[in-house]
Write a protein that binds this ligand. Structure first.
Ligand SMILES: C[S@@+](CC[C@H](N)C(=O)[O-])C[C@H]1O[C@@H](n2cnc3c(N)ncnc32)[C@H](O)[C@@H]1O
Length: 257
């Protein structure tokens, strides 16, 4: 676990580990956790399933809304200027079921359909990645329950979310901006281009300091000069990343040109 996804579960997390892995133990018809440990050692597929079972996928639309206020007021005018000369790339790293990346896309398009016309004239793409294939599939589909879409402010909801049966679907104009992929952040990143904005929020909470410092430094390398990094409310930059990024708001950082 520690070596695959760099998730460090302290001894105090025993109950959480027990309850999450009990389902896997039962699924394989095993009698004891010792048997499960043996299975995990011999079966790479189960090892991956274990990592997924131990991660927390909690997320919601417009979570930590001050980030989206900053995105709209400060990052977006800069992104619009960037878009006149180059492609604009945004990454939601540890995207869970997609609410974060679709919130970003809705903010870029604006509360009414006319306000986002600049997007159609530009090359703006959003990448959403997570290590769990199940949540990535949900992000790809962009179909959510009534209670999930409830936190979306009314104007954005009426412009960009449409009912479909008992569910709600993200509008095609939003969905087509987003690519969702499975990616463990501690494996090599296949992307060749740099990013203008990176969101990595509430992902690093379970990583130890060494893993956090390594990952944050890679995010900084991956940003264009002047690019923004948004991290979760209980997270902070450490090591080389802290030295190379300038605070631009609460848990918001800018890469100095
Ligand atoms: C609590 S959710 C946060 C979702 C969203 N960023 C937000 O703030 O609402 C954390 C996500 O990080 C993912 N995650 C954890 N470790 C990861 C890793 N090593 N590589 C990629 N994703 C990871 C989990 O699968 C989970 O979906």
């Amino acid at each position: 676990m520690q070596s695959d996804a760099r998730i460090h579960l302290a001894p105090g997390k025993t109950t959480l580990v027990h309850s999450r892995l009990s389902k896997r133990v039962r699924k394989h018809g095993l009698q004891t956790f010792k048997d499960y440990v043996e299975l995990v050692h011999s079966d790479p597929e189960e090892r991956r399933a274990m990592v997924v079972a131990l991660t927390t996928n909690h997320t919601h639309f417009f979570r930590e809304n001050h980030h989206f206020d900053h995105l709209k007021a400060t990052a977006m005018p800069w992104l619009q200027r960037q878009a006149s000369t180059k492609p604009v790339r945004i990454w939601s790293a540890g995207c869970s079921s997609g609410e974060e990346v679709y919130t970003i896309a809705m903010c870029l398009r604006g509360p009414d359909r006319a306000s986002g016309a600049w997007i159609d004239r530009a090359d703006v793409k959003l990448l959403a990645t997570d290590l769990s294939p199940l949540v990535v599939e949900t992000a790809r589909r962009g179909v959510y329950s009534a209670s999930t879409v409830q936190p979306i402010p009314a104007p954005y909801r009426s412009s960009w979310i449409r009912p479909e049966g008992a569910d709600f679907v993200v509008a095609d104009e939003i969905k087509k901006m987003v690519t969702a992929r499975v990616l463990n952040l501690f494996e090599p990143w296949p992307m060749r281009q740099k990013y203008d904005v990176i969101f990595c929020r509430n992902v690093m909470i379970y990583f130890d300091d060494e893993a956090k410092a390594e990952l944050e430094a890679r995010f900084v390398d991956m940003l264009v000069p002047g690019g923004y990094l948004y991290i979760g409310h209980s997270e902070r930059l450490i090591g080389a990343a802290a030295a190379r990024m300038k605070p631009a708001g609460h848990t918001i950082y800018i890469k100095e040109s």
